[in-house]
Write a protein that binds this ligand. Structure first.
Ligand SMILES: [Zn+2]
Length: 217
């Protein structure tokens, strides 16, 4: 009658061990300025979608929505763009203040779209459905560029044609009024400088375009 080795209820220590020793989330080692700016822009856009009325998801986002987003950003701009009726329309260096609105500079918007286009695909979006690459967006940007160039008197494009102008006829260019015209030395309107310009709006619980009262029936 000896039952040897009664198997004691050895409580196997399976209890511990699981949760605690977490895998420390890999911290990204210093993003480049471009990368961190891109991340901020992307978050700003996602936040814009979240606040959008009616609700809008990324999957349903079209080029038209992107343009809407760009228009929304204009209120945070810092670039004076003269209205057609302003006395300073077309003047690069107006001698005084005017009530024309501040807008996002074209170069800022252009760079912003480039970052968002990349961010969209990096977050899993298919290139062929990338709303930031939509043709409408490209056209919009071109229109902004042209209208700002006129309003501010700053050409964004370098002159390409340099054919010798055939000075035919005696169009006496007397009235030497237009100084400046010859200059063109200005290093094509600083796209390159544009770091801070497109600052994300961050807070300002931005209900773009007035509160739309939800008509509950
Ligand atoms: Zn003005």
């Amino acid at each position: 009658m000896d039952s040897p080795g009664a198997p004691g209820p050895s409580t196997a220590g399976a209890g511990a061990g699981s949760a605690a020793d977490g895998v420390a989330a890999p911290k990204p080692p210093q993003l480049s300025r471009y990368e961190s700016q891109k991340r901020r822009d992307w978050n700003t856009f996602l936040q814009y979608l979240r606040n959008h009325r009616p609700p809008l998801t990324l999957a349903r986002c079209s080029g038209a929505h992107v343009i809407e987003f760009l228009r929304y950003l204009d209120q945070f701009g810092k670039t004076k763009v003269h209205a057609a009726g302003c006395a300073y329309y077309g003047q690069p260096n107006p001698p005084g203040p005017c009530p024309c609105p501040l807008r996002q500079a074209w170069g800022s918007l252009d760079a912003l779209i480039g970052r968002l286009r990349a961010a969209y695909e990096e977050s899993g979006g298919a290139p062929e459905s990338n709303p930031f690459a939509a043709r409408a967006v490209r056209i919009y940007l071109r229109e902004v560029r042209d209208s700002h160039a006129k309003a501010r008197g700053i050409p964004y494009e370098k002159k390409k044609r340099k054919r010798g102008t055939p000075a035919e006829g005696s169009s006496s260019t007397a009235a030497g009024g237009d100084a400046g015209a010859g200059g063109s030395g200005s290093a094509a309107a600083g796209v390159s400088s544009g770091s801070g310009a497109a600052q994300a709006p961050a807070e300002s619980g931005g209900t773009a375009g007035g509160t739309t009262a939800p008509s509950i029936s």
